[in-house]
Design a protein around this ligand. Sequence first.
Ligand code: GLC
Length: 515
Amino acid sequence: MAFPWWRDAIVYEIYVRSFADASGDGVGDLAGVRSRLGYLAGLGVDAIWLTPFYPSPMADGGYDVADYRGVDPLFGDLADFDALVSDAHERGLRVIVDIVPNHSSAEHPWFRRALDAPPGSPERDRYLFATGSGDAPPNNWRSTFGGPAWSRLPGGEWYLHLFAPEQPDFNWRDPDVPAEFLDVLRFWLDRGVDGFRIDVANGLFKAAGLPDAPPDEQGFKAESPIWGRPEVHEVYREWRKVLDSYRGDRVAVGEVWTDSVTDLARYVRPDELHQTFNFPWLLAPWSATALRKVIDDTLRIVPAPTWVLSNHDVVRHRTRYDETDPGAGLPRARAAMLTTLALPGSAYLYQGDELGLPEILDLPDEVRQDPVFTRTGGEIKGRDGCRVPLPWSGTTEPYGFAPEGVRPWLPQPAEWAELSVRRQEGDPGSTLEFHRAAIALRRELRGSLPTEIIWLDAPADVLMFTRGPLTCVLNCGDRAVPLPPHHSLLIASGPLPGEALPPDTAAWLSPPPPH
Ligand code: GLC
């Protein structure tokens, strides 16, 4: 049987606020996405994932949802959404939307009603309200964005927010909450979405009684009083039934930050989620040993694997690789992408990866919008640097992101001029054309690639594996290595002088025909 589409898909993450602004208010929108579908189809991706576009006060860029069934006027309206889905489908692109079940916005009608209702009321039971002791919060939990995870109300009760105070956590033990989300899933499935990206998928349930967490268990863990409670799996079993009741292969991919690969697999049982993001891949340092370990662990333990190098929450991979070895970021980013695309499973690309965009590290403090920045008193700069609006064309702001003369919501740097889509298009040495070629080749080979890889002997600092007609070699070392004899070159991530593979370069080869 042929695989369902998502098993080896290339999914392109669109951070809607920063992709393309059609309305001219400096913020990306759904009509902007729709106007660029031709570009995405040309890039060769199979699906797009849209970050939240729902009505929201934008305390966390839209991950604070006030209405799960609408479109924020900033991004358009439901008609724009429907038009986008329909145009995407016409071009053969699937559409995945983001669902945020761990918390809502403090402006969600349920939370507003809860605030108006007395302690112990059914309205308050949908969230996690508790009494503290004296002036101390109910427990020692910390917010992922810095500071305590509790805020106090004038009446004396506290409410839990694992993220910003504007993002109160739902109480998943209240039956209204699971029922509401099943209905929200159906709402978007009925509108034709092909799947969901589940925000903070290992959150939702908290240990009964809300006990203190040991100091080393405040961060993301496979299991702690805060994360990875066993009850969450039952939720995804219910969700899976809903997804399976629709025609077409609808997919659910979970965002699970955890310290264990086994835990990633736990969400991907046959009756649960289809996939989880493979963050160990993006966390791995530039080392053949480290990368090989992630590949081995993933392929051994995680069914339906995925590969992620960047997203809207992390420093862009070009800059991560640059940090340890200045100047090596771009060649390594290209080599990492070629390796990613050679692996069995799906690849999740983040907008701008294909342009080789760096993280913008020197945004002025006053333009930063990430709550992480304010919650840590500026100690942690936050995630705005990977969210700078894309450069499409032109030599000055807004670089085609918005109509001429419009100021984008985050300033774009002068280096965008050299990195724009227009600038790179048609230049065979460009990062964009490299991505297009690699994706096209992967599509061509798709039907003939087995799901296993076979490791081949290689020098230290080099990875080499085959998948049927494809051999992938990655050189993480600091000297060139000879390529295996008699192979023919399919594509390389950078220039290949002679028969050798330079440092920070990957290549796809086709093995010699058997004789
Ligand atoms: C996820 C999102 C991130 C958001 C957080 C809280 O990690 O990817 O952007 O801030 O959840 O919703």
